[in-house]
Design a binder for this molecule. Sequence first.
Ligand code: GSH
Length: 160
Amino acid sequence: MAEEVILLDFWVSPFALRVKIALAEKGVEYESREEDLSNKSPLLLKINPVHKQVPVLIHNGKPVCESLIIVQYIDEVWNHKSPLLPCDPHQRAQARFWADFVDKKEWKRGKAGPGITLPVPDPRRHKSPHLRPRSPAGNPSPSPHPPQRGSGIPDSEKSL
Ligand SMILES: N[C@@H](CCC(=O)N[C@@H](CS)C(=O)NCC(=O)O)C(=O)O
């Protein structure tokens, strides 16, 4: 049976971008449905009644909410290709640490005022979803360093 994969999306959302990178790493084709966050669709309100936020992945009719949970789900369902985390437990813990850090600290700080800004690629300019270099072993290699201030990222790619 063909897989049906739909992403309730918002093009500039870093959380949706996480999911899109994971789907690209796995080579999963999907339909992106852009949400108007000022006028959310009845579908979004129905399938994410708790948070009413994007991204939501709908896989064969079943919704999965929250970007990190979606990424984990993608890694478990399409487990034959491109593991999203390194094999080493300590490296896995580090990758999870930075994902959690982005959620808890930098995302909120970026919204509240000046601080470390996160690069948010404009998908209209960047065709490749592969935004992060890979290690020779083929596994993603999370950087041990957080994003730096004044890192030369063009203003058009700084936001949120
Ligand atoms: N913790 C959520 C955060 C998702 C989130 O903040 N989504 C934003 C777009 S970037 C949203 O849907 N905002 C609309 C709203 O909160 O009403 C996740 O990781 O998926």
